[in-house]
Design a protein around this ligand. Structure first.
Ligand code: ATP
Length: 359
């Protein structure tokens, strides 16, 4: 029998309190069926943690997480945090300090959910730890500053090492899929920054002669994602371009509830994190679509299965995939944002029953 996988559970805020327990419930069912042992470690985070521990990211959390195999991170509603000490946005700290530099975001169309086409199946790999995001691109202070009342300067950081490592993750994924990799950038204008990103991507791509590489300028990509999304396999891009294009891609297949994500790095830890935010407008109503969170968690289990050579985890991920697909195919077992009638709990229950019908 294998050593249990240690998985941290961070509910996050708003709909996180509904969809993270849903993801855990589904994973528990699959793990039980597949003989996968998981040691679940719930940890305080977000608004609840601010009330109970005086901080949205209590001391010791990062250290504890860094020793785990996986983390499920619910959406964080940091914009609504009070302006008090202890109310910080944990996202950038987690991604940076755990060195989760690659954000793997698949987009797949399922029939009947309102997708633009039925044959979309692509993955956007977004660089996660540098770029224009001011909270990630400097060690201290901010990457944005205002020298005069009427001028703001935002700094974007692109490094060779940061570009090469995300390119490698994307090329590995392309190798497992359709063997096509598209570099998205704007080196026509950002000759140095995007230029360096592209150079590094091509350098890494030489290690993957079986993967065909092409390039698309980001504004053209925004248009082509709408017009011919089926022609893409794996896309790799810098942080902010990836942020925007992944929301656009979610829109192609039914909205933000359909946008999962997995944060990985060179280490042994993976973090499941849906692309969407905490959606305070629908929180507590029982209508949030749990797909993105459940699928992100499934991706994490699958990744751990390959990374740790654990067939039980690969099997659990397969069980989850089948049950998720079945629930999505029926309007009675999918939520209303994707043309269904189910509540969050009903959809979750349907997936659990698809995994373990006798439960
Ligand atoms: P952030 O900047 O933190 O990513 P955002 O401004 O993009 O957040 P979200 O919280 O992601 O906003 O949500 C935008 C809207 O999409 C919500 O108001 C909600 O109506 C819808 N939405 C997001 N996630 C879901 C979901 N899981 N299920 C159903 N609807 C969702």
């Amino acid at each position: 029998m294998h050593t249990p996988l240690v998985i941290g559970v961070l509910n996050g805020d708003d709909i996180g309190l509904e969809i993270v327990p849903a993801a855990v419930e589904v994973t528990r069912a699959a793990a039980e069926q597949a003989g996968l042992r998981i040691d679940w470690r719930p940890m305080p985070i977000g608004r609840t943690a601010l009330d109970t521990h005086g901080s949205t990211f209590p001391d010791g959390t990062l250290e504890a997480l860094s020793k785990m195999d996986g983390v499920i991170l619910g959406p964080i509603g940091h914009q609504a945090y009070p302006k008090t000490a202890g109310a910080i946005n944990p996202h950038p700290i987690l991604r940076k300090r755990l060195n989760l530099f690659a954000n793997v975001r698949p987009t797949r169309s399922y029939p009947g959910l309102g997708a633009l086409r039925d044959d979309i199946d692509l993955v956007i790999v977004r660089e996660n730890n540098e770029g224009f995001q001011p909270d990630r691109n400097v060690v201290a202070g901010s990457g944005e500053f205002r020298p005069t009342e009427d001028m703001t300067i935002s700094v974007r950081v692109i490094t060779r090492v940061g570009s090469a490592r995300v390119a490698r993750v994307a090329a590995e994924i392309a190798r497992q899929r359709g063997k096509r990799l598209t570099l998205v950038h704007k080196d026509t204008v950002f000759k140095l920054g995007c230029g360096m990103f592209v150079e590094e991507c091509h350098r890494v791509a030489k290690e993957f002669p079986d993967v065909t590489v092409d390039e698309v300028i980001v504004d053209t990509m925004a248009m082509r994602l709408v017009r011919d999304p089926q022609s893409f396999d794996v896309i790799v891009t810098t942080n902010m371009f990836g942020d925007i294009l992944t929301d656009e891609a979610a829109g192609l297949v039914g909205g933000l509830g359909m946008a999962p994500g997995l944060c990985i790095g060179e280490g042994n830890l993976a973090m499941a994190q849906a692309t969407h935010g905490s959606a305070p407008d629908i929180a507590g109503k029982g209508i949030a679509n749990p797909y993105a969170m459940i699928e992100s968690t499934r991706m994490m289990v699958e990744w751990l299965g390959h990374n740790r050579k654990l067939p039980e985890a690969v099997h659990a991920a397969q069980l989850m995939e089948r049950a998720i697909t079945a629930a999505l195919a029926n309007p009675a077992t999918r939520t209303r944002d994707i043309k269904g009638t189910a509540t969050t709990q009903e959809m979750t229950r349907a997936i659990v029953e698809g995994i373990a019908p006798t439960r």
